[in-house]
Design a binder for this molecule. Structure first.
Ligand SMILES: Cc1cc2nc3c(=O)[nH]c(=O)nc-3n(C[C@H](O)[C@H](O)[C@H](O)COP(=O)(O)OP(=O)(O)OC[C@H]3O[C@@H](n4cnc5c(N)ncnc54)[C@H](O)[C@@H]3O)c2cc1C
Length: 360
């Protein structure tokens, strides 16, 4: 690890130490504190890889990884900026016009705005190319109609990323386009879907003839499939795929006297797997730095990371009689969140199929 990475890690640790929050598992989905996100931005810890004129630091994905690992490790409240910083900013930088980049990236980098991802639909999840939401040209813009589901954070986002069908083609992968839509635009309705843990982070979002300006198209009209596949590497390739449950493991490690000799040897086996996953995340970040979109590698890490997280929860389950109320709380949060990890960002069997085929 370079001194630069170490310095970034220490800056994140310093902010987490002085911030008033309760560490939680799955904090990139459920830990919402926009002021924390803005403070990260003020301290230069967001959008590190983006060009300077767009609010970034022209740093590497390896440097960004140092920051994201520390935030997840600390269970910090990062969901306000996570999706926009992780994938919409990079998507705009790769495919957006300079004007679109300048309109959105600096505000994303400052955590002044936030995005939710409108990809999945009731009949288009694993088979994302089956989206039926339509976009029809109308004057200087487009009218969008349809229904998105499982849209994390749409109730707090300022903007929505929407994958929609802009023309009907024989090949379902053709005729898709990526749009930006204002979340409060007339015709957008956001309805909550409450998870089994009792939390509201999912939504159903309906679009009833919603108008969005033509210059808010990301990239080329009709090229949405090629673009979204590249975006999924950013979505699946990060440490949130194996560190979402880490605060639970950390709480056990920090609590003295919980681990017996046999538990320690099981813990060592888990730690060895964690090292492998961290190496994978590093390799994925290096591939991104080299300009490559590591779609299959990201699917592999997501699959293995999910297995690792489930085994961490199982490990803690057997220790519970010796654990305090704080660990019990986190264990239940983790258990109730655990079915989601193997589905969000692509279901586990679909990841296996992609790995086997070597492509999406
Ligand atoms: C916590 C969480 C957050 C999410 N956030 C968002 C979000 O912000 N935005 C968004 O757009 N979506 C989001 N999603 C939706 C997510 O991307 C989809 O749930 C996922 O892609 C699976 O699609 P589906 O639910 O339609 O399941 P389906 O596609 O109906 O699949 C159901 C099951 O069938 C099996 N299966 C399906 N196809 C195959 C295949 N080809 N090969 C083998 N097995 C298969 C799998 O076991 C799969 O779990 C989120 C989901 C979760 C759980």
């Amino acid at each position: 690890m370079t001194t630069h990475e170490q310095e970034l890690r220490e800056r994140v640790r310093a902010l987490c130490a002085e911030w008033d929050y309760t560490p939680r598992v799955d904090s990139w989905i459920g830990g919402y504190d926009p002021e924390f996100s803005r403070e990260l931005a003020r301290r230069g810890l967001l959008a590190r890889t983006w060009p300077k004129h767009l609010g970034g630091a022209e740093d590497s994905n390896i440097a960004r990884l140092a920051i994201t690992e520390e935030l997840l490790r600390a269970g910090a409240p990062v969901s306000a900026h996570w999706l926009g910083e992780r994938q919409i900013g990079p998507e705009l930088i790769r495919h957006g016009t300079p004007a679109l980049q300048e309109e959105f990236c600096p505000r994303l980098a400052a955590a002044e705005i936030g995005f939710a991802l409108g990809m999945s639909e009731p009949d288009a999840g694993s088979d994302l190319a089956a989206v039926r939401t339509t976009a029809t040209p109308d004057g200087a813009g487009w009218r969008i109609s349809g229904r998105k589901i499982w849209t994390s954070g749409a109730h707090v986002a300022t903007h929505l990323y929407v994958l929609a069908r802009s023309s009907k083609e024989d090949d379902k992968h053709a005729g898709l386009t990526e749009f930006i839509v204002e979340r409060t635009a007339p015709g957008v309705t956001v309805r909550p879907i409450i998870g089994m843990e009792g939390e509201h982070h999912f939504n159903e979002v309906t679009f009833d003839e919603v108008w969005t300006p033509g210059h808010w198209v990301i990239g080329q009209v009709g090229n949405g499939w090629q673009q979204v596949v590249g975006q999924l590497a950013f979505e699946r390739g990060g440490p949130e795929r194996f560190l979402s449950m880490y605060p639970l493991l950390k709480a056990v490690l920090d609590a003295g006297g919980v681990l017996g000799a046999e538990d320690r040897s099981r813990l060592h086996a888990l730690m060895a797997r964690l090292m492998v996953l961290r190496t994978w995340a590093r390799e994925t970040a290096l591939a991104m730095d080299a300009g490559y979109s590591p779609v299959v590698e990201a699917a592999t890490g997501k699959y293995l990371g999910n297995r690792f997280e489930l085994d961490c929860i199982e490990f803690v389950r057997e220790l519970l009689p010796r654990c305090d109320a704080g660990i019990h709380r986190m264990y239940w949060e983790a258990t109730l969140a655990s079915p989601k990890s193997g589905i969000r960002g692509g279901a586990a069997p679909v990841m296996l199929s992609m790995i086997a085929k070597g492509s999406k």
